[in-house]
Write a protein that binds this ligand. Structure first.
Ligand code: FEO
Length: 394
């Protein structure tokens, strides 16, 4: 693949990773990803904005060869995480006269993580600019999307925002610009859920700050670019600001069918009362799909059998994940079964201190659920529907 034109003076020189299946050894990537680096060529100076994952360094070099980039004045590191910064040492060797430009906080991180030579780093303040001649780089601090040092780079003459992880998606596509709205929306929502959701309050402030900029193109560091920026800006506003939906996420495991019967009954009870239910069998392994449902669910109901006196480990993991992601949940409960005893409820509740939820009475049954047990599940469905209605969510 050759460099691709974003607009006059800005080229995409990144790498598409079609086959990567896991990020941070944690996040499933069902659609691969990309590492977007950009070449900004002003009338007097040249800058590279972010680099690529070290595994893709040869592709970045091939891009720079194809673009005939013989010298570079600035290499901007918007973010110190290695999928964008890991190739910086190689790039600094390749362009020995280039300055590495980053936020004050990123400086020590880049030195610690990559042993970048400190004397070649130029830190920039929030709002500071660097002139490339007829193009300007303006740096916009955006901490906590999703690391504390992150900044964005804006090119005012082209109204292009190089937004690093913010507004990104783990989506490998040969489209430079987002052209399949439903597919991109889903990938961006998954990305938001897994990476950005814990920082909703910060993102709210960043959206407010960005509303003062004229933006024609958003060029993130993962996934396709946005030449209709309202599409992704509106989605972020909805995910960060809107009330949750009239929806219940039900992550669960069932070892011998008892919990599964209860989950089925809960789904029916919720659907009959006009509440959307989204079960997620945790054995599928795709916790990203669960994270995505938590973006706008109002309630989570964990379904667990009892294993060695506690919750099933996969359900405990789901609880820990929900706790870490800090979704907009209002209510939570637990359903499940046990053979001869256990502390699954106490254990799961102890794993979610970050969730500011009202806990609705759990339904834990002995053995296979009987009619009275299923009636208790029906009552839980009725309580959830009533709580949602009272909260104005239905
Ligand atoms: Fe894509 Fe936070 O790195």
């Amino acid at each position: 693949m050759r460099p691709r034109t974003v607009c006059d003076g800005i080229q995409w020189i990144g790498s598409i990773d079609w086959n990567r299946e896991l990020f941070d050894e944690l996040i499933p990537l069902p659609d691969g990803t990309s590492y977007n680096a950009y070449l900004v060529s002003g009338s007097e100076k040249t800058a590279i904005i972010d680099t690529v994952d070290p595994e893709k360094a040869p592709e970045l070099c091939a891009m720079l060869d194809a673009a005939n980039v013989e010298s570079v004045d600035y290499i901007v590191a918007n973010h110190a995480e290695q999928d964008h910064s890991g190739t910086l040492p190689m790039m600094m060797d390749r362009y020995p006269d280039a300055q590495l430009v980053c936020s004050a906080k990123a400086k020590s991180m880049l030195v610690d993580l990559l042993e970048v030579p400190e004397e070649r780093i130029r830190t920039v303040a929030d709002g500071e600019t660097i002139s490339l001649g007829d193009l300007t780089l303006e740096f916009i601090y955006a901490p906590w999307v999703h690391w504390p040092e992150t900044m964005l780079t804006y090119v005012p003459e082209r109204k292009v925002l190089l937004s690093c992880d913010l507004f990104g998606s783990h989506l490998a596509t040969s489209d430079l610009f987002a052209s399949e709205p439903a597919r991109v929306y889903r990938a961006a929502k998954r990305y938001f859920a897994e990476i950005m959701m814990p920082f909703r309050n910060h993102i709210e402030k960043h959206l407010e700050k960005l509303s003062k900029y004229q933006i024609d193109i958003i060029a993130p560091s993962h996934g396709p670019l946005h030449d209709s920026p309202d599409f992704i800006m509106d989605a972020y506003r909805s995910w960060t600001l809107d009330s949750p939906s009239n929806k219940v996420a039900i992550p669960y495991v069932s070892m011998h069918g008892s919990t599964s019967v209860m989950v089925d009954r809960l789904i029916s009870g919720l659907a009959d009362r006009g509440v959307a239910a989204v079960p997620h069998h945790l054995s599928s392994g795709d916790t990203g799909r669960l994270a995505m449902e938590l973006v706008d669910a109002a309630t989570v109901v964990l379904g667990t059998p009892t294993v060695l006196a506690g919750a099933h480990p996969q359900v405990a993991y789901a609880a820990m994940l929900a706790n870490a992601l800090r979704p907009k949940l209002r209510f939570a409960s637990i359903i499940g079964s046990y053979g001869w005893g256990g502390k699954a409820v106490e254990q799961l509740l102890s794993l979610v201190p970050n969730l500011k939820v009202e806990v609705l009475d759990p339904v834990i049954v002995k053995g296979h659920p009987k009619e009275t047990d299923l009636a208790a599940v029906d009552a839980l469905a009725a309580t959830i529907a009533s709580k949602h209605a009272d909260a104005g969510l239905s």
